[in-house]
Design a protein around this ligand. Structure first.
Ligand code: NAP
Length: 470
């Protein structure tokens, strides 16, 4: 009876997880999606605790682990800045990978507890599941640690490349498969640990060559890996829900990686092999078109207010700096004022603006910017030519024409928002610093560009005041 009830509860939880993913696919339904996910996870935890064979001591230990892990998670999540979410996600992925490694080791050394045979006589199928969980888990762990270090600026975001890197990665990948076959045939402990070491090294090697601007794809790819690692644990533990949940995360992460690759104009095969968008010894972060340049034209918030009051069509381009400054509310106020003056105001979203997929959509939704005013890159790009003003607030890489013109640039090939086609381009930023990819932006020096130096929130507030004054 308890077993049937637990299986039924697992089914309900799995359906709720699917509804959660569906809800998260659009800003209007994302809150509901989160709610489905939370309820599903609650049901899954209770159903697991009620599974037959779960002794009192086991339940006590699980509750203790839940309290420690849940407490730490709640504490970290309540303190984390929105802008630091990508590195938090990378850090959490690394834990999923590490648990897959631990579960595989536990199953290998205590197979009786998992009902998969005896020491030295583990069932062949279980050895396959265990070795896959181990390899994917170890790759996820070390890859996520490197992604975390890069995103947290604990190590340079510049690609680390060397000659023959792709071939080395490919060779190690093939060796890993050979070791797994050897392990399944022999059940050898030495091969088990060789797989672990090689997979840790591979995770590290796959992520170090990836440079700044390509990190979003890496984060979603590691998301996918962590899902497959969880599915691997599910097989070892014979837990159906973990297999389903892992597969959902793995598949949705893979789809997101594909969408991001398309958005960044990168090849998914290169992503899987590591080090895409870079050539060994070639492009590194830094440098864009340099040389003799016109002086930068700087303006004041009053100048900007004057020009925008006389504009018919204004396209706002938000980026990471808007998130840092938390300028979205005042930006919406500015948009509302300009609309009252009769201007058309739209918001252009680049797929990798900010530091996580959907970052700008979330912030604009939080500020109640109407969804119909928010446009994706393909939709808005043809409109810049008719725009009087492109109001670039804290965005940089996503507007950088080096992506179209400079083959040696790490962002070469990435589609960008064509802001320079607008009559006037405002860049709101604190100084002349480059963006995440470390590439100079020649648009700052163009004759139709006016720099508005300062914190994005402060400058926009001053523009709002100037608009309200007259
Ligand atoms: P960006 O290229 O990183 O540029 C942001 C700009 O904001 C900087 O040049 C900075 O210049 C300015 N800024 C920072 N704080 C500010 C503040 N308080 N007020 C005003 N300006 C401020 O940002 P982006 O154009 O949004 O491009 C995103 C980049 O991050 C891409 O390279 C993307 O590949 C990468 N990335 C994206 C994700 C993702 O999933 N979306 C994840 C990881 C990495 P100043 O210092 O001069 O102010």
């Amino acid at each position: 009876m308890a077993a049937t009830l637990s299986t039924f509860a697992y089914l309900v939880a799995a359906v709720l997880f699917i509804l959660a993913l569906r809800g998260l696919s659009h800003p209007t339904t994302s809150r509901q999606g989160n709610l489905f996910g939370m309820v599903g996870m609650g049901i899954a935890i209770v159903a697991t605790l009620l599974r037959p064979g779960m002794g009192g001591g086991g339940i006590g230990l699980i509750i203790l682990a839940l309290a420690i892990g849940g407490g730490a998670g709640a504490y970290i999540a309540s303190r984390i800045q929105m802008t630091a979410l990508p590195q938090l996600v990378a850090a959490f992925h690394s834990l999923v990978g590490l648990s897959a490694v631990f579960v595989a080791a536990a199953a290998f050394y205590a197979p009786e507890s998992f009902g998969i045979g005896h020491a030295g006589e583990i069932h062949g199928g279980s050895l396959v599941e265990m070795s896959l969980g181990l390899a994917i888990g170890a790759i996820t762990f070390s890859g996520s640690v490197i992604a975390f270090a890069k995103l947290q600026a604990l190590m340079s975001g510049a690609p680390i490349t060397f000659k023959g890197q792709h071939w080395l990665n490919l060779g190690l990948g093939i060796l890993l498969v050979v070791l797994i076959i050897g392990f399944v045939a022999s059940g050898s402990a030495a091969l088990f640990w060789l797989i672990a070491i090689l997979a840790f090294a591979l995770g590290f090697l796959l992520i170090i060559p990836i440079g700044g601007a390509d990190m979003p794809v890496v984060v979603s790819m590691l998301n996918s890996y962590s899902g497959w690692a969880a599915a691997g644990i599910g097989f070892t533990l014979s837990n159906l829900l973990l297999i389903v949940t892992g597969a959902l995360v793995g598949a949705s992460g893979a789809i997101l990686s594909y969408i991001m690759c398309k958005g960044m104009n990168r090849s998914i095969i290169n992503v899987l092999l590591g080090g895409f968008g870079t050539d060994a010894g070639g492009a590194a972060a830094g440098g864009g078109a340099t040389g003799d340049r016109a002086p930068v034209k700087a303006g004041s918030p009053e100048d900007a207010a004057y020009i925008m009051r006389n504009a018919q069509k204004i396209i706002v381009v938000p980026g990471y700096g808007m998130a840092v400054a938390q300028a979205q509310q005042v930006l919406r106020e500015m948009g509302d004022l300009l609309k009252k003056e009769g201007a058309q105001v739209e918001y252009a979203i680049h797929p990798v603006a900010g530091r996580m997929p959907g970052h700008m959509n979330v912030l604009l939704a939080e500020a109640n910017v109407p969804y119909e005013d928010v446009k994706e890159l393909e939709e808005i790009n043809p409109e810049f030519a008719d725009a009087d003003v492109a109001f670039v607030i804290g965005a940089n890489d996503v507007t950088n024409p080096a992506a179209k013109t400079d083959k040696s640039s790490p962002i070469y090939g990435m589609p960008i928002l064509d802001v320079e086609r607008a009559k006037t381009v405002f860049f709101i930023k604190r100084g002349m610093a480059s963006g995440y990819a470390g590439v100079d932006n020649e648009l700052f020096f163009r004759p139709n560009t006016m720099m508005l130096f300062g914190d994005a929130k402060k400058v926009t507030q001053e523009i709002v005041q100037a608009l309200q004054r007259d």
